[in-house]
Design a binder for this molecule. Sequence first.
Ligand SMILES: [Zn+2]
Ligand SMILES: [Zn+2]
Length: 366
Amino acid sequence: MSQLPWKNPTRAEALQAALARRILIIDGAMGTMIQRHGLEEADYRGERFRDGYDALFAPDGHAHAPGCGCESHDQRGNNDLLSLTRPDIIRGIHRQYLEAGADLLETNTFNSTSISLADYRLQHLVRELNREGARLARAECDAAEALDPSKPRFVIGVLGPTSRTASLSPDVNRPGFRAIDFDELAEAYREAARGLVEGGADILMVETVFDTLNAKAALFAIDDVFEETGARLPVMISGTITDASGRTLSGQTAEAFWYSLRHSRPMAIGLNCALGAQDMRQHIDVLAQVADTHVSAHPNAGLPNAFGGYDETPEDMAAVLREFAESGLLNLVGGCCGTSPDHIAAIADAVRGLPPRALPTLEAAA
Ligand SMILES: [Zn+2]
Ligand SMILES: [Zn+2]
């Protein structure tokens, strides 16, 4: 697709070199770690959002005052906002994952699109949250690299799926209805991607894809942003399997998912979330066979239990993922919901010294 030069050739080459040498470790869950802090509404709001809206921004430039018309909105659970209001917590979580052995940190930006932020009436923060989210991860990666220059650490700028799907109707009585269209999604992703690039992400990842059309909008937007800036970053795509028959929500198998996105020439294709490692194996195996690029897996710590928690221990998960690596399926591995630095440390130990999956050389079409 894009023939633009790398934005940062030295970083891109360091990434390629590391991928050629070993299986790289992606970090684990952000939400699980934030939960441990037991934060209240006031923690999420901080000083700037103390009244439940942004003290630094008013839609028409008015001066906020009692009765100015700005409505207070709860911010508890708006984890991405913590990049502004509790950056110490976000940096601390990033640092713990690096100390556990992560080569790649995911930015705290999973919901930093205008679509998801509208739930908190903070859609004007898209650019800022993505930029600051990338900066926090960048600062921790740079600090870790300064301590050990032999081990480069990379920032994955995360673009989440949003809660809307472009290819399915949310209303069973109106199958032709769409809550969002391609152009709206692409515009939302452009703004997010600009912030991630500005904040210093090394890689952009379209994550937890449950609708391939949403992913196409994200990849389209990413290309636009690369064109704007005259340079590109490596791109990763990670889908999620949402039903027992092994399909994404938009109805594709892992193989179809790859073939519908391979034209974008991602640096890696993989799966995350929804399933534990064991249930993900057959689908990663398929990707490992068909994809002429790197393959990644960052599963949940098992399926959610009755309380919405995750039960797989670091040892459970590491044992299963070690077998993936021994079978030659992995180039990158990490954790999603329910995983912690202990999980990541165990996974890193389990795959250490095992060779990365060799990329297949696919025969040119006759
Ligand atoms: Zn106001
Ligand atoms: Zn997850």
